[in-house]
Design a protein around this ligand. Structure first.
Ligand SMILES: NC(=O)c1ccc[n+]([C@@H]2O[C@H](COP(=O)([O-])OP(=O)(O)OC[C@H]3O[C@@H](n4cnc5c(N)ncnc54)[C@H](OP(=O)(O)O)[C@@H]3O)[C@@H](O)[C@H]2O)c1
Length: 293
């Protein structure tokens, strides 16, 4: 049985589908099982990671764990999950970390939280794999509202290229690490196939959506405000802005061969991701909902 934390989120939800296709038994962690809408056959458990007792309960009968936590509590939550996994005799923990945890020059909060989380997993003594993606392609969903309403993308740091990665490919690497051998002690830094600025992403979206779009560079303060409007908590919004301000293009624009090496499949392009999510950006088909960070 594989325990998937962050099961209703961007990566976790995609991972569950891939694990079910592979014939695995899955237990999914969510705070609200009644609202989770997870596939039939998944054992859905109500767990709040702020409560260590419920974390330990979720581990019963589990032999592998996908560990996804977020925000300033990452070190604390990863410590609790990793310790509970060790106590339960779990054979393997695959932690979703951050690409910039591997950037020795990074001193902003998000890489620091993930480094502390990784250290907690190592210290627990359970066999581990670290999955460190660069920026998610799905972050572009933050632009969906203004694309639908104004045909415009507002984003900061217009010159910075990031080799953004499709969350489905992140899930595929995690699935491989959970279900096949040879991944113990590995650190997988994941990128997409192409470093892109926000303006270049906007041009690709325009081509896929077959409508003109313009890119407008905004200040970091305006971009932070937009994150708050999307429901991102203030401390996390500050950390995201610090990460973007501190990230050096020399680091974020590197294309890594890891996805193809681990999964045997070339990483998806931003155009492929955009085509798969085109309805989110089209005014006539958009479904109201929240956007996750
Ligand atoms: N976005 C990027 O560009 C990027 C890049 C590199 C690394 N990362 C890392 O990726 C991770 C985020 O992944 P994601 O975008 O897939 O997540 P996400 O979509 O934001 O989903 C968050 C998940 O956490 C769960 N959750 C929130 N609070 C919880 C609590 N108190 N107890 C239990 N579960 C809780 C939510 O479940 P319920 O609401 O159902 O309880 C949800 O499934 C973070 O660690 C981030 O640092 C992100």
């Amino acid at each position: 049985m594989i325990l998937v934390t962050g099961a209703t989120g961007t990566v976790g939800r995609l991972l569950i589908d891939q694990l079910l296709v592979a014939g695995e038994r899955v237990r999914a962690v969510t705070r609200e099982p009644a609202r989770a809408q997870l596939p039939h056959g998944v054992d859905v458990v109500g767990v709040d990671r702020t409560d260590p007792a419920s974390t330990a309960d979720a581990m019963r009968g589990v032999d592998r764990v996908f560990l996804l936590t977020s925000g300033p509590g990452i070190p604390e939550y990863d410590t609790a999950f990793a310790q509970a996994a060790a106590d339960a005799g779990v054979a393997r923990v695959v932690k979703l970390s951050s690409g910039r945890a591997g950037d020795a020059t990074a001193t902003d909060p998000i890489p620091a939280w993930h480094r502390a989380g990784e250290a907690a997993v190592r210290a627990a003594g359970v066999p581990w794999t670290m999955v460190r993606p660069l920026g998610f392609m799905s972050n572009a969903l933050h632009w969906a509202g203004t694309i639908r309403e104004q045909g415009t993308v507002y984003a900061a740091f217009g010159q910075g290229r990031i080799a953004v990665v499709d969350p489905r490919d992140i899930a595929a690497v995690a699935a491989a690490a959970l279900t096949t051998e040879g991944h113990e002690g590995q650190i997988y830094t994941l990128s997409g196939p192409q470093p892109l600025t926000p303006g270049e992403q906007t041009a690709i979206l325009a081509e896929v959506l077959d409508r003109p779009l313009r890119y407008v560079e905004v200040t970091p303060a305006q971009a932070r405000h937009a994150l708050l409007e999307h429901g991102v908590p203030a401390e996390l919004a500050d950390a995201i802005m610090a990460l973007r301000a501190d990230a050096l293009e020399a680091f974020t624009s590197v294309v890594h061969p890891t996805i193809e090496r681990v999964t045997g499949r070339a990483p998806r392009t931003f155009a492929e991701w955009a085509a798969a999510h085109a309805s989110d950006f089209r005014a006539d088909t958009a479904v109201a909902g929240t956007v996750r960070s």
